[in-house]
Design a protein around this ligand. Structure first.
Ligand code: PMV
Length: 348
């Protein structure tokens, strides 16, 4: 194969963020917004990565006597590129050889918003590499390769919830474990009326996760109770989703939010958006992801009303739906593929 395009979805948390890092289950959804990878064989042996939507956080430019000076946190670029580089390394190791490739990444997911752009890029890369080199990786293998990538990049202060949703799609109950993570897909989950609200600032997941870890060390019994309670909410929430009991899903989201607030990951802006959404008759509203900025999510049968409320309080509403598909191949092209034009000429 000479060219392949793959894609994988972003994610949002219905229940269980933070608690999931401590071994409790989380219920998350794959969203319809995706990242795309195109891989094309090169004549030489170079691997060239063109990250079209890679935003560079903390890019600082100053003008001084010595002209333009850059003060950029290049480690964030390194981290972002590792989501492509590490799955590629795993694929080359499996194939027993390296080939030259042009890899282009594009994403409709804004980096740093907590909607899983890095995870989806990583999963789409693994699938494209497997297709390109005929490795036959199934979803479980892709999940393992990208889980390892994520834990290396985030130095262990993370779960692989986003990797799981990018790989398997739909609505999944995910649990992190030393004995092997588990993902249970809720088959026939109903199409939930959801609205995501971006608070306008990109929080740092690792910092927020370490904050909760420190809080747990300081108040082991109290914080462990909160974390366990969140885990129970994820399980009960999974049942409510499967039964299409929207009122209960919403109530549980609100309880989950109270517990996230207790863990200290809320911000004034997120709080404003959450209360605005509830006032606009959302059945439930909470942070989605690490908090400290990024996004909130609400269950809102009256989507337009909630969208306006989020806008009125300075957030950016994102109306989304659940993507049943996880990672998928979008397009294939081989050198022996006959174009439509040639087919006409050849009469085939
Ligand atoms: O907002 P995000 O995508 O960074 O979500 C982080 C969710 C945490 O549970 C806090 C960490 C994790 O990796 O699960």
């Amino acid at each position: 194969m000479d060219v392949v395009t793959t894609s994988a979805p972003g994610k949002a948390f219905l229940f269980g963020e933070h608690a999931v890092v401590h071994g409790e289950p989380a219920l998350a959804i794959a969203i319809s917004t995706r990242s795309f990878i195109t891989m094309q064989k090169r004549a030489d042996s170079k691997v060239n990565i063109l990250a079209k939507d890679l935003s560079i956080r903390n890019l600082q430019v100053s003008y001084g006597e010595r002209g333009v000076e850059f003060d950029t946190d290049y480690s964030s670029v390194q981290d972002a590129l590792a989501f492509v580089r590490l799955p590629m390394q795993a694929a080359f190791a499996d194939a027993g050889k390296e080939i030259g490739l042009d890899i282009t990444t594009t994403s409709d997911l804004l980096a740093g918003t907590g909607l899983g752009s890095s995870a989806s890029i990583s999963v789409a890369t693994a699938l494209a590499a497997s297709e390109m080199m005929n490795l036959g990786w199934d979803n479980n293998k892709i999940f393992e390769v990208c889980r390892e990538t994520k834990f290396k990049v985030e130095r262990g202060a993370a779960s692989a919830t986003d990797i799981s949703l990018a790989t398997f799609g739909g609505v999944c109950l995910y649990r992190k474990s030393n004995k092997g993570d588990t993902t249970e897909k809720i088959e026939n989950a109903p199409p939930l009326p959801l609205v995501i609200g971006y608070s306008g600032t990109a929080g740092k997941s690792e910092e927020m996760v370490r904050h909760v870890m420190r809080l747990r060390e300081k108040y082991p019994e109290e914080v462990s109770e909160i974390i366990r309670a969140i885990g129970r909410i994820s399980l009960r929430g999974a049942k409510a989703v499967a039964e299409n009991n929207l009122a209960e899903v919403g109530e549980l989201m609100n309880i989950n939010q109270g517990l996230l607030d207790a863990l200290g990951v809320n911000t004034l802006k997120l709080s404003e958006l959450i209360y605005a959404a509830r006032q606009a008759r959302a059945l439930g509203a909470k942070i989605s992801g690490a908090g400290g900025g990024k996004c909130m999510i609400c269950l809102a049968p009256e989507q337009e009303l909630v969208k306006s409320a989020i806008e009125m309080y300075g957030g950016t509403p994102i109306v989304t739906s659940i993507s049943k598909d996880g990672a998928r191949v979008e397009k294939h092209k081989t050198s022996i593929e006959i174009s439509e034009e040639s087919k006409k000429v050849l009469g085939v």
